[in-house]
Every structure is written in structure tokens, then in C-alpha cells.
Ligand binder design. Structure first.
Ligand SMILES: [Fe+2]
Length: 272
């Protein structure tokens, strides 16, 4: 033994994914009856308790419900309790300019490329402001192409807001990235992407496509029922996803949900 750790024995990077917080300008804002500020704080409290060491936080869109500067300011303030850097991307409810203003520049906002140890993380903007379905502008696809060329030789995660393929929820599947074929055509030409992460669907999903892990995450507020034809709220509590990224390219991940708290969501509503 020479005392050197093999690749599989080295410490993985611990990533935390937070998504779909839907914060309002005021702290009393509610989505389907649920106070989104309060539910985010419960989720972050769980993160703080369960994650003693975080390397990077990924916020995958719909951080705000109303695009207000105040909602982004509070989101940033809440994440300030963690030492780890955070990177954000836009959801269909977000507005880029106030996000850039609060972040003090665009380097932590999509499109951006993050280097963490042996891994690379590509953050993409799949949102068109004031429109619900996902769509990649040509500049975004060009960024993806270039970032994948640049990251060859590194295990890589790709993050976006919308789901890039149908998930069996008819009403949500109308909002799949419209030009997902282009996205997959670019990705399929490379073999170093290990996982694709998204938000938007307010439910956990864990799948595989051509050896690439496909992952969605619960919202930090209301949850949507999987495999539902029409809009339907799920009574599961809010949560987040953690991922361990190993130097040899292995990826371990789980969703963690808040326990011991009652969340009053109005399940009778037919839309949001
Ligand atoms: Fe959302």
C-alpha cells in the first residue's frame, strides 16, 4: 500500500439541488394555499441538518413566482447560511435581469460552466420569459455544444429547468422542451455526460437513457402527482435532491423530503 487512495475511494463531491421555490416579493405569498417562503425554509433547515458538507448548490429554476428582485434577494440570503457556492438557472416564472442584479453578474447564472474537482456542470436556460413550455434558443444550444467539447475527459452533469422528454404526466408533457430533439442530438455525440438534472415537474424522477442518469427533483413548495393526465397536486411533502459525484464517474443520489411538518396545500384547485 502506498497510501494513495484509488479513484473509487476518494471523497465524492456532494451536490445539493434545490428547485421550484416560487417565492413572492412578500413573505406571505401562497401557491395553492401553501406559503412558499415558509416551505423553502423548512427544506433548507433539512438541508442544514442532513448535509454537514456541501460542495455546490444547484438551483434549477422557478426560484421566484413573480420575478421580483425581492424574491431573489431573499433566496440568495437564505442560501447564505451555507458555505457552498450556488449556481442558478431560469425557470418559466423567472426573469433573467433581476437574477443577474441580485447575483452581481451573470457568472453564477445559466448559461454557465462550473468546474468542481474532476466534474463539470453545465447550467442551461431552457426558458423563454413569460412562456410556460421549454425551448432552447440557438445561442443556448451553441453553448451546450461548445461546453461539451470543452469538458471532454471530465465527467459532466447537464442541468436545465424543463423536462427534456415526456414523463407520463400528460398536462406537464405539453411543456417538454419544444426542441428537445436538438438537445439530444448534441448530447448523443458525446460520451462523458453522466447525468441530466431538471426541475419544473415538482416530482421526483430517476431514469436512464443511453447510460445517462435522468433526474428530476421535488419542489420546495407544492408537489404534482406523477403519471397524472390532468393537473393534480400530490400530498407528498417538499424536498430536495443530494448527489455524490465520484472521481471515477459514479453518481449516487437520493431525494430527501421534510418530515414532521404539516403542509396545508389546497388539493382541490385545478391549476396554478
Ligand atoms: Fe415550478
Amino acid at each position: 500500500m502506498d497510501g494513495t487512495l484509488s479513484q473509487s475511494e476518494q471523497r465524492p463531491l456532494r451536490v445539493v439541488q434545490i428547485s421550484d421555490c416560487h417565492l413572492f416579493g412578500g413573505t406571505d405569498g401562497r401557491l395553492l394555499g401553501l406559503n412558499t417562503e415558509s416551505s423553502l425554509l423548512h427544506v433548507l433547515h433539512a438541508v442544514a441538518r442532513e448535509q454537514p458538507r456541501i460542495d455546490v448548490i444547484l438551483a434549477t429554476g422557478d426560484l421566484s413566482q413573480d420575478g421580483s428582485p425581492e424574491s431573489y434577494r431573499r433566496f440568495q440570503q437564505h442560501l447564505g447560511q451555507f458555505q457552498a457556492p450556488s449556481y442558478w438557472l431560469q425557470g418559466n416564472h423567472d426573469l433573467t435581469q433581476p437574477m443577474v442584479n441580485v447575483l452581481g453578474g451573470a457568472s453564477h447564472l445559466s448559461p454557465c460552466l462550473v468546474a468542481q474537482g474532476d466534474w463539470r456542470i453545465i447550467m442551461l436556460n431552457s426558458s423563454v420569459e413569460h412562456e410556460v413550455p421549454g425551448y432552447f434558443q440557438p445561442t443556448e444550444l451553441a453553448f451546450l455544444q461548445q461546453a461539451l467539447e470543452q469538458t471532454r475527459g471530465h465527467h459532466t452533469l447537464v442541468c436545465l429547468h424543463h423536462h427534456p422528454l415526456p414523463m407520463g404526466c400528460d398536462w406537464l408533457d405539453n411543456q417538454v422542451v419544444k426542441n428537445a430533439t436538438e438537445f439530444w442530438r448534441i448530447l448523443d455525440a458525446f460520451d462523458h455526460v453522466r447525468g441530466i438534472l431538471w426541475g419544473h415537474v415538482h416530482q421526483a424522477f430517476d431514469g436512464l437513457r443511453n447510460g445517462v442518469r435522468l433526474l428530476s427533483v421535488p419542489s420546495t413548495c407544492v408537489q404534482f402527482k406523477p403519471q397524472s393526465r390532468d393537473f393534480a397536486v400530490d400530498e407528498l411533502p417538499p424536498g430536495y435532491r443530494w448527489l455524490d459525484l465520484y472521481p471515477d464517474g459514479r453518481l449516487e443520489t437520493e431525494v430527501s423530503r421534510v418530515t414532521g411538518v404539516r403542509f396545508d396545500v389546497d388539493t382541490s384547485l385545478k391549476g396554478y
